[in-house]
Design a protein around this ligand. Sequence first.
Ligand code: DX5
Ligand code: ZN
Length: 221
Amino acid sequence: MTNSVKISPSILSADFANLGHDVRTLDAAGADYIHIDVMDGHFVPNISIGPGVVKALRPHSAKPFDVHLMISPVDSYLEDFAKAGADIITVHPEAGAHTHRTVQAIKALGKKAGLALNPGTPIDAVDYLIDDLDLILVMSVNPGFGGQSFIDSQLRKIEALRKRIDASGLDIDLEVDGGINIDTAPLAISAGANVLVAGTATFKGGEAAYGANMRALRGES
Ligand code: DX5
Ligand code: ZN
């Protein structure tokens, strides 16, 4: 049986002067998605990538672009990211006053919708939204930076969400983001995550190691 765990490498750890090259290399090395962290210096204390960069990267890979928006307000930028080539657009419920409307707007743009839960955000944030979600993202660090340590309490949140997703019968990715490495990946997988975001752990050792790093995170030797 093929391993169903997917790896979504975060290009926050890439060489920003060579992003196209890094995305091509990740694609060839077996990335399942490409995780693009968008930060505005307001919702989170860091500034990263905008829709122009997403558009520029689009020709470099056919893999789904997993765009994680850490921006507020978010609604006015959804169309820009959709047009730039995002496949999955994930938002935080704290990033707008009307999360249901935001999720509907993503779906209306023909994109998959994700909801990201910060470490302090309870799982009931998915109530009344779950039927429209394609992905639920559990933040296992506070958003803003790569290279932080995994917050263990989020394993209980992953377990609870896995039960909710399975009970729903819906096809929803359960993604975990932050501090994923060779030690924490098996814990997240056991708790029920099926997509692992990994920045530091994918890029460790340089591009010759990307493939082996991602396979190790999936638990494949
Ligand atoms: C944090 C971002 C993460 C981050 C992960 O705000 O959402 O995607 O880049 O980085 P690592 O894997 O280094 O913890
Ligand atoms: Zn992210």
